[in-house]
Design a binder for this molecule. Structure first.
Ligand SMILES: [Zn+2]
Length: 453
């Protein structure tokens, strides 16, 4: 069996791994690239393998950097099945059409502003393409084994990162080998997600390394968040939290309502301004068994949050000036409604902006948490006067210590570990840490490397 790294190598986005034997090709994850322009441009390159020659796709989870290229794959000739967990399927029904809509918006915007090389810029894929791709989905429960293509048996185990997230376990009958893809690995003690399940058996492991060079720190993020919100409210400001629509938005909502209930912050109005995050929150509330919150806790969120659905409501909220808590997507401020809030809130020192997790290089979030004095939004520069924070310890990714502890929980003895899904330095440090702790043979693959597994 062969494994080829078609993405997610040397960077945190664009996860795509191809497993093949002499008869079949199985793609694990089909993500889009995000972040710096050089990476985003890769989305436009022809897929490195002819899509019609891929027999099936298996997804670790719904985030766009793992699933977002699927509509383009189908548009370009892929006709196999796309397999994932039940919750990943539901989340993709929301995320993929939205990604298509955003692609169309971008193309329209480039046309209006005339900054495309093409007379009529085309979207990478459309909302319609995304609905077409959804027809190929088939979902399974965790631990339920299935055969996506002949000779490859697959099962999902919980990865604790977001709702539906999984490690993908692939057993190949012909070679009697097992390859496990970690996907994105969650926290050992997350506020809302259960800890990732230890891996049972792997001859070869493909492991993420988002925080390969960093620890989240011992600081108590709840207390820090409470202090920021209280301080901001006392001076009449707004606390804005850019968040991934799926995952961190639900966690932050829960945390904020918990702080209010415990009277650790004033009873401020709480807004969730992201139609996608609202739908993801509904899906989250329906899947009690997969996370730590019970029905009453989900109701607490539903009843006390102002869900901002329409554009008009969003514009109205952007114009308001009173102490409030606003959660809005996207999490790295690379697009979405959060941009309008940033334009309104950044220039005033009364306000606070709180990021909750990894900021990919090249994103506005990265610039802001690294102390940028101004950021460009919608073609104009906006001065940064608000307080900026990044509460890394609220991230949905385990840090290197948590990943090491997780790897050590099973009776795992892989022959080889490939370190992916990290910036180069982070991946390389992760490689050394795994080698030093377990003595396993580790390697950081380069893009398009192909190895025998
Ligand atoms: Zn993810």
């Amino acid at each position: 069996m062969k494994l080829r790294f078609l993405g997610g190598a040397g960077t945190v986005t664009g996860s795509r791994y191809l497993l093949s034997d002499d008869k079949h090709r199985l793609l694990v994850d089909c993500g889009m690239y995000q972040g710096v322009k050089m990476l985003r441009k890769r989305n436009w390159a022809p897929f490195p393998v002819e899509p019609s020659t891929i027999d099936a796709v298996v997804l670790t989870h719904a985030h766009i950097d793992h699933s977002g290229y699927l509509p383009a794959l189908v548009k370009n000739g892929f006709r196999g099945k796309i397999y994932c967990t039940k919750a990943t399927h539901e989340l993709c029904k929301v995320l993929l059409p939205d990604a298509g809509y955003l692609q169309e918006e971008d193309a329209r915007y480039a046309f209006r502003k005339g900054f495309s090389k093409h007379d009529r810029p085309e979207p990478l894929f459309t909302e319609k393409d995304a609905f077409e791709a959804l027809k190929y989905f088939e979902s399974f429960h965790y631990h339920e084994a299935f055969e996506p293509v002949k000779g490859f048996e697959v099962s999902f185990t919980p990865a604790g990162h977001i709702l539906g997230s999984s490690c993908v376990n692939v057993s190949h009958a012909g070679s009697d080998r097992t390859v496990v893809f970690s996907g994105d690995v969650g926290r050992q003690d997350d506020v809302i997600m259960r800890a990732p399940e230890p891996i049972g058996k792997a001859d070869v492991l493909v492991c993420e390394s988002t925080y390969g060079d960093r620890l989240h720190g011992e600081a108590d993020p709840e207390t820090t968040l409470a202090e920021i919100i209280a301080r901001t409210a006392a001076r009449g400001g707004v606390t804005l939290m850019p968040a991934f629509a799926v995952g961190r938005a639900q966690m932050l909502l829960y945390l904020v309502h918990k702080l209010i209930a415990e009277q650790r912050i004033p009873r401020l109005p709480v807004y969730l301004n992201s139609p996608m995050a609202i739908r993801a929150t509904e899906i989250f509330s329906r899947h009690h068994k997969e996370h730590k919150l019970n029905e009453a806790q989900c109701e607490l969120i539903d009843e006390n949050t102002n869900f901002v659905r329409t554009v008009e409501e969003s514009i109205e909220l952007t114009g308001k000036r009173f102490p409030a808590i606003i959660i809005s997507a996207s999490g790295m401020a690379s697009g979405g409604r959060v941009l309008h809030h940033l334009k309104a809130l950044l220039p005033n020192p009364r306000n606070s902006i709180v990021f909750a997790g990894f900021q990919a290089p090249g994103t506005r979030g990265d610039a802001l948490v690294n102390g940028a004095e101004s950021v460009k939004i919608h073609g104009e520069y906006w001065p940064v006067k608000a307080e900026i924070h990044n509460l890394d310890s609220l991230s949905a990714h385990g840090d290197y210590q948590e990943i090491l502890d997780w790897l050590g929980q099973g009776a795992l003895k892989p022959e080889k570990v490939y370190i992916t899904h990290g910036e180069l330095v982070a991946s390389d440090i992760m490689r050394k840490r795994i080698r030093d702790r377990f003595g396993w043979n580790c390697e950081v693959p380069e893009l398009f490397d192909e190895v025998e597994v």
